[in-house]
Design a protein around this ligand. Sequence first.
Ligand SMILES: Nc1ncnc2c1ncn2[C@@H]1O[C@H](COP(=O)(O)OP(=O)(O)OP(=O)(O)O)[C@@H](O)[C@H]1O
Ligand SMILES: [Mg+2]
Length: 272
Amino acid sequence: MNSVSSNENSHTMDSHPAITFDGVTKHFGSGETTVHALEDIDLSVADGEFVSLVGPSGCGKSTLLNIGAGLHEPTSGAVRLHGRDFDIADSTGDIGFIFQRPVLFDWRTVRKNILLPVRIMKKNGDLDGDMQEYQDRVDELLSLVGLEGFGGSYPKELSGGMQQRVSICQSLIYDPEILLMDEPFGSLDALTKDQMNEELLNIWMQTNKTILFVTHDLREAVFLSDKIVVLSPRPGRIQDVINVDLPRPRDEETKQLSEYNDLVTSVYSYFR
Ligand SMILES: Nc1ncnc2c1ncn2[C@@H]1O[C@H](COP(=O)(O)OP(=O)(O)OP(=O)(O)O)[C@@H](O)[C@H]1O
Ligand SMILES: [Mg+2]
């Protein structure tokens, strides 16, 4: 097992879910202009589980993910990691966040972009002492996502799908236990998205990550997930949770199964 797949620091032996949203409500602003984004969300994602979040635009999916990453405070309710109250100060390395569009700096090479979170977190610490370890890890990650040899390239020399793979590496550099992904493949063409979906499942199976994934693409949600959480229009509440019991590993053939197509139809029925 290489260090990408090791999770020595994780808390996999306890019985708590990896991440729990406990009665999370979020209001933005105050008075008559208050936006009620989320109302009383109770949601748990077990260790190693792949959960997708779907719902109409503006129902609070990104807000929920941001709260999970500690980027927003809930108005009420709490987030727990393995049953403990979320504390941004000592939880940042436990969570990786992937945005809809890759957040890469044009003037930094792929390698230096992937190392950016390490630079930021260690700005007061001993960077050079650990650097070789992180350099080796960049190489492992690049090979995990099929980008061997691209460490010295610049983002503008890569396709959209390749750039999104670089952001996946960036979020994995700390070997976070939990990945929060906000429509990461939303801007990719259908074929690249299919390829990225299979790669993501490979990474997930190799590394035992816990993933909470936001998408508008209901077929993608069925293909990837163990569970699909359907949110109502704003204020987002949990409308239903659909279990996806399709066999794994999943590939293009999965999409030919009648069970797959039945599930897609039943998820679509929430949006009619
Ligand atoms: N920082 C903010 N300040 C004020 N209102 C906000 C803020 N962030 C989100 N909102 C509001 O909260 C609601 C939920 O937004 P959010 O971005 O979570 O929706 P979403 O489900 O991710 O939508 P989409 O599918 O379009 O990405 C929206 O009405 C939005 O305007
Ligand atoms: Mg969003």
